[in-house]
Design a binder for this molecule. Sequence first.
Ligand code: G16
Length: 551
Amino acid sequence: MKKDILPEPYQIPKMGTSGLRLKQEQYNRAGFLEQFTEGIARYFKEITSTTKIAENNTHLLLGGDPREGNSERIKTMASILTAHGFTVIVPENGLASTPAMSHAIRHLKTIGAIILTASHNPFTDVGIKINTANGAPALTDCTERINELQNDVQDYLTQDYKTALTEGLIKTIDIISMYADLLDKMFSFKDMREKIEGTPVSAVFDSMHGAAGPFAREVFVNRLGLDPLMLREEPRTDLGGFDDKGEPKHPEPDFDYVSDLINQNSTNQFSIAAAWDSDVDRRLDGGSGFFLESADEFAIFARYSHLINIQSMFNNTIYFCRSTVTSHAIDLMSNELTTIFKDKTIKTVQTPTGFKWIAELGNWGVEESNGVGNPALREKDGIFATVFLLKIILETGKTPLQLMEDIWKDHGRVYFTRGEVSGSDPIEKEALINILKEAQSQIGNRFGTLTLENAGSWDYKHPETGEIAEKNAAYFLEFSDGNSIKARFSGTGSGGYTLRVYCSKFDKNYSIPKTRIVQPMKDAFDDFLQNGGFKGKSEKYTDSNQPDVYL
Ligand code: G16
């Protein structure tokens, strides 16, 4: 073991929505990762020095997606963590999904995990995030303390990686089997397999060259006996490389990035179709020519939640959460949920963006960014969602569209899309903030074909403590005729700014072409920005490449 001095320590930025995401070249600066890790090691030492946080108080998980540099980063980080006396548990080949790490924390009773992933961002970005002993993403008090400690670091402890390995301070686990066992408990793979043998199911899955491939193969092929068409199965350091325009590909299960999957699904030959992002917490699910938005799929999951064996994990109060910018499809189900869970109190809760807010409450939750989570582990979970959809298809014999239409017929539909206004100029960003802050002064004015009726910003009041836990989590603009827009700045980018714009409108009639509903909101928002003196416009809406079944 030795102590190395950092000649010029860095000012390390605070973690954002989900860890610290920076460009490769920023993370790769000499000594940066060492300083970053030393701060994390000091934090875990600090919290465990006086208290037993977990049964294995000195064990930490370390792993992540396959992106460039992560294998080397794991070695560097393990050398520092073991020098501090931690036992480091690394999944085979360092490859892990975020939900599998969340499960492993609680299964192995470690004090937490360090997860190396920039999620849906291209391989040119690097991300590192922390999950704590309860399996959930670290809350702000933890990440802020880590940041303080990181920025205090002048030197760091380290040791030879091979020596740590030989001394048994670095252990390897089969996280894929561990995770598949959890899903087996939740869904009874034996029952599912028997049904699949009775009525063969055709499937197409897109792993986007992230961490999903080996997890999907174990779950769907080895355990469930499917013979799916596997697209982009192999984990790759470049997560699929570059697109036709020379831009690095986004391993994001969004309609913009899964054209092969869309084409395959549109042949109507696949009962189930799915894609997952690089760390497998986001999903896009569908089948038989249709895709489900995450909030809509969550409504289906809520209706069929009795099919999943995790009831014992519920407290008397069951939270069904959504981030405030997500479609309110689940809110429409409140009465139905009260009937399903007769002896429980059901609360539908809105949280800020960031799954940590949902995980903290127990975890039936959904985010518009394609994440759905359940109470068995404290993260959103892509493969869980796809297995659950498959289970429902097997039990009901219905297609995803039929399942969806059943719900829309009963409760109506929330038409939803998300777009973005992005740029690199901080002055422009400031201008945008001011326009949004001053939106109230525009009430009564007409933008496009809509009138602004109300505007403001939304603060998150914690449902248990009643305290304001996050101020100004989103701006809202309520227009005439139930047209609603929310906006917030993305917290996962690695440069410039991205204002996310969320449009939603409820209608009892579910079969209207989506564009007809969302276009007036897009136009009104652009008009609103231009009226405020902002030159740019919103673009990259998620419905742009979304196949619509009602044309
Ligand atoms: C992360 C968080 C999610 C959140 C998303 C928002 O996702 O874990 O809970 O919804 O960020 O992203 P943005 O701030 O860019 O809108 P992930 O999958 O990137 O870890």
